[in-house]
Design a protein around this ligand. Sequence first.
Ligand code: FMN
Ligand code: ATP
Length: 143
Amino acid sequence: MTRTVIAQGTFDILHPGHVHYLEEAAAMGDELIVIVARKANVDHKEAPICPATQRRDVVGALEAVDEAILGHEEDIFVPIEEIDPDVIALGHDQHHDADAIEAELDRRGIDCTVERASGREPGDEDELLSTRLIIDRILERRG
Ligand SMILES: Cc1cc2nc3c(=O)[nH]c(=O)nc-3n(C[C@H](O)[C@H](O)[C@H](O)COP(=O)(O)O)c2cc1C
Ligand SMILES: Nc1ncnc2c1ncn2[C@@H]1O[C@H](COP(=O)(O)OP(=O)(O)OP(=O)(O)O)[C@@H](O)[C@H]1O
C-alpha cells in the first residue's frame, strides 16, 4: 500500500528551508503531494508576491515532490478529503495546531496522522531561510 504524505504552505520565493521541509515530509511515506495555499488563506502575513499557479509549478518541479496542487479557497479540508492521505506533515513554525487538525480529521472520518517537521539548521553560509528574509534583503540592497 502506498503511504501518501501531504505537505502544505505558501511557497512564495523558494529557499533551502522549503527543500528541507519537503524532503523530510517525503521521507514520512512513499508519495508526497503538496497543497499550495491560496492568497485568500494567507491572512497571517503579507500576501504572496507570485501567483498561485507559479508557486504550484515551481514546488512541483522539486525532486522530493510527486505532485503539487492548488489549495481550496474556502475549506482547507476539501483537498484532504479528496486525497485521503496517511500523513499530514506540518512545518516546524506553522501556526496550525496538530490537535485541532486531528479533531477535524476525526470529525470528517479521515484516518490520517499529523506529524511536525523540523526546522533547517542554518549552514555555514549566510543562508536566507525564510521568504520574508529574502524580500527584506532585496529591499535593503535594491530598494
Ligand atoms: C492540513 C492543511 C491543509 C491545508 N489546505 C489548504 C488549502 O486547501 N488551501 C489553502 O489555501 N490553504 C491550505 N492550508 C493552509 C496553508 O497551507 C498555510 O497553512 C497558510 O495559509 C499559509 O501560511 P504558511 O505558508 O506561513 O504556513 C492548509 C493547511 C493545513 C494544515
Ligand atoms: N527554514 C525552514 N526550515 C524548515 N521548514 C521551513 C523553513 N522555512 C519554511 N519552512 C516550511 O515551509 C513551509 C512553507 O513555508 P512558507 O511558504 O510560509 O515559507 P516562509 O519562508 O516561512 O515564509 P515567510 O518568511 O513569508 O513566513 C512551511 O511548512 C514552513 O514551516
